[in-house]
Design a protein around this ligand. Sequence first.
Ligand SMILES: NC(=O)c1ccc[n+]([C@@H]2O[C@H](COP(=O)([O-])OP(=O)(O)OC[C@H]3O[C@@H](n4cnc5c(N)ncnc54)[C@H](O)[C@@H]3O)[C@@H](O)[C@H]2O)c1
Length: 363
Amino acid sequence: MADVSHRVTAYAGGAKYEVLIGRAILADALRREEVGSYERVAVIASARVYDLHREYLEESLGALGGRSCLILMDDRELNKSYAAAGRFLDQFIEIGMNRKSAVIGVGGGVVGDFAGYCAGVYMRGIPIIHVSTTLLAMVDSSIGGKVAVNLSVGKNIVGLFHQPSLVVSDTRFLDTLPDIEFRNGLTEALKHGLIGERKTLRMLERNDMDSIKHEDRILGLVARSVSFKSKIVQRDERERDVRAILNFGHTVGHAIESFMEYRGVSHGGAVATGIQVMVGISRRLGLISGADADRANRIIASYGLMLEKQACDLDGVIKHMEYDKKNFGDSAKFVLLKGLGNPIINQRIPLNMLREVMAEVIC
Ligand SMILES: NC(=O)c1ccc[n+]([C@@H]2O[C@H](COP(=O)([O-])OP(=O)(O)OC[C@H]3O[C@@H](n4cnc5c(N)ncnc54)[C@H](O)[C@@H]3O)[C@@H](O)[C@H]2O)c1
């Protein structure tokens, strides 16, 4: 039996849930009383994670007894779709899911968003438990209740706020996580560091790609991000104001991903590039010192988080920002830093400055 190393209680939307963080904790987590109260449980699991951790998962899911039904998902982003959700919801009916049932999503952010969406709309909403298997899901996507699926015209177009009943971040799954995925998670942890989670910033500075993977450090890194993000969501679940700071670096990041049609570009790489652009603009505007900007850029470089410099069509990337749902009207609004750890939202940036800084960072 393994112990939970960190336990964070998150409050959002008038409810609360626990986030359990530790190694090899899944079976115990699934033996909790509230999980025992669900009459039927649909387990939507990443087929890849299931292949890699079959024995461990079968043993842990055994805690659910005969109440569970395993549904494997090919967790490519293109399968996080509205059409696929319809098929999964039909399966829920076939396996006898009702209002006293629950869904467990086992995987990264794709499975979490997808399983959370299915749970959120099925019979007007049944509980969702996130079992996170990527660092990004642990530090970011499993917290805060945003769940969504994609339409062919864009990502996360159909969605809702559906807070989880429980989140289990079991670091045993990270043993098989490729470095590129690990970096995606580190980028989101760094984002938290730059917008206020100062210990994370210091921890990233003191370590490197090898040493950060030490079990205790990863557990601590996840716990700090969970507690930081959940406090922001507690203040502003629906992103009316303060939650917008979590978009730091993402407007440019999403535009790069969408411009590249999500091919040959990692989410973390695109966001790290977006972070560098925002740090560069904050510095130009005299909001942060050169020393602070260098500090942020050094961390990005030392973990190899940013994209390779390349010849690129900056106007093409900028055009994709107009479609970002976080921007209103003709000119783009961004989150900038007024000193490290102090984000400011709704900052309008002149397009020529955006273009110049992007040219420095990207090309
Ligand atoms: N809801 C939110 O607040 C929120 C926040 C950020 C991102 N997201 C969403 O999260 C998704 C990205 O999530 P992600 O970065 O976790 O990627 P992911 O879910 O696409 O997983 C990345 C890859 O890693 C594999 N994988 C997962 N766990 C593994 C493991 N333990 N070992 C080996 N391979 C493993 C997956 O099969 C996949 O190929 C996007 O769809 C994004 O829109 C949501």
